[in-house]
Design a protein around this ligand. Structure first.
Ligand SMILES: Nc1ncnc2c1ncn2[C@@H]1O[C@H](COP(=O)(O)OP(=O)(O)O)[C@@H](O)[C@H]1O
Ligand SMILES: [Mg+2]
Length: 319
């Protein structure tokens, strides 16, 4: 039963789940900063009963032929928090999102979303999540308002509720003036905001955003950040993927860094930044005599007259 009465979800998560395959290889623990797999496994056993955990992932692995998209990914996202899955192109971010949104099965490992197993309780998961994929999914030949209302109907909200939710979201995402315009005439930023609005029609407990700002200009990017912050302030749990450290830093409570399908670091933005080390300035001066100027140059560049927290080194120039 759907406790929110939303009766469905939208976008990718409503598509037929394909290519389920038999479990295969198991992964291994690679976390440097996060809890080890054994600890996560123990937590995961209790996760369906734990209302405080919105997403629990234990050792997910998925390959496509010889390509190991996910080797070993474990993470936990508390309810009402934002987790950023940070990684470069091909790191495995979208594969993880597709598994968590029931669109793809894992070769091995387990995942619970909103307290339900993504494999054996996929229907329950789908009624509780929203998804905004990497590319815009709205119908370009319909208006913004029409798109949102149709998504509401797909989610079995009924005509009146769909219209009411569409109006609320158009207002929240600053699309009221453009609501009767065809989506093909929207800017890139407006299309992304409409996508985000659509994923919220059924008021999902957990929202997945796959690279929500990739390709956007700086202003649209900031507007998108504001929109994401607004919905987070209402208690929605968000897992977003990004290639940008600054985006993860701006939006996330916890960051999970993945590379070639492995978790290579995880923690709060502050923990990750602290693990990278102190700011470092290297000053190259023309000769060693000039090193006497080091402190003055350093003070000018950094504004730290005492050099606190920073280091500088004068290096003799080659030749
Ligand atoms: N359906 C697929 N078939 C074959 N290879 C895939 C498929 N989906 C993803 N991959 C491969 O898996 C790796 C991870 O892809 P993906 O999860 O999309 O990474 P990211 O979203 O971090 O860019 C890449 O090497 C990609 O080419
Ligand atoms: Mg991707």
């Amino acid at each position: 039963m759907d406790p929110q009465g939303s009766g469905g979800t939208r976008g990718h998560a409503t598509k037929t789940v394909r290519d389920r395959e038999a479990p295969g290889s198991t992964g291994f623990c690679s976390d440097r900063l996060g809890p080890c797999r054994r600890g996560l496994t123990m937590k995961l056993r209790n996760s369906t009963a734990m209302t405080s955990v919105a997403i629990a992932v234990d050792s997910l692995a998925r390959s496509f032929g010889q390509t190991h998209a996910l080797v070993d990914v474990s993470l936990e996202v508390p309810r009402g928090s934002v987790c950023a899955l940070l990684g470069r192109n091909g790191a495995g971010k979208t594969t993880a999102v597709r598994i968590l949104t029931t669109l793809l099965s894992a070769d091995s490992g387990r995942a619970h979303v909103a307290g339900f197993d993504v494999l054996s309780q996929a229907d329950k998961v789908r009624t509780r999540i929203g998804v905004t994929g990497q590319t815009a999914t709205m119908d370009e030949l319909l208006t913004g308002q029409e798109n949102l209302e149709i998504v509401g109907r797909f989610c079995h909200l009924g005509a009146a509720t769909s219209r009411r939710r569409a109006n609320v979201l158009l207002h929240e995402f600053d699309l009221v003036d453009a609501k009767d315009r065809l989506v093909k005439k929207y800017s890139g930023g407006m299309k992304r905001r409409l996508d985000l609005a659509a994923s919220l029609i059924a008021e999902p407990e957990v929202l997945f955003l796959d690279e929500p700002t990739t390709g956007l200009d700086p202003i649209s990017r900031r507007e998108m950040w504001t929109a994401i912050r607004t919905l987070v302030s209402r208690g929605t749990t968000v897992l977003l993927t990004t290639q940008y450290l600054d985006e993860a830093d701006q939006l996330a409570d916890t960051i999970v860094v993945i590379d070639r399908g492995l978790v290579v670091a995880q923690g709060t933005p502050e923990q990750l930044k602290a693990s990278i080390g102190r700011p470092h300035v290297r000053v190259t001066l023309p000769d060693l005599d000039a090193a006497a100027l080091e402190h003055e140059v350093f003070s000018t560049v950094t504004g730290h007259s005492d050099g606190a927290g920073l280091t500088a080194k004068a290096t003799e120039k080659d030749g």
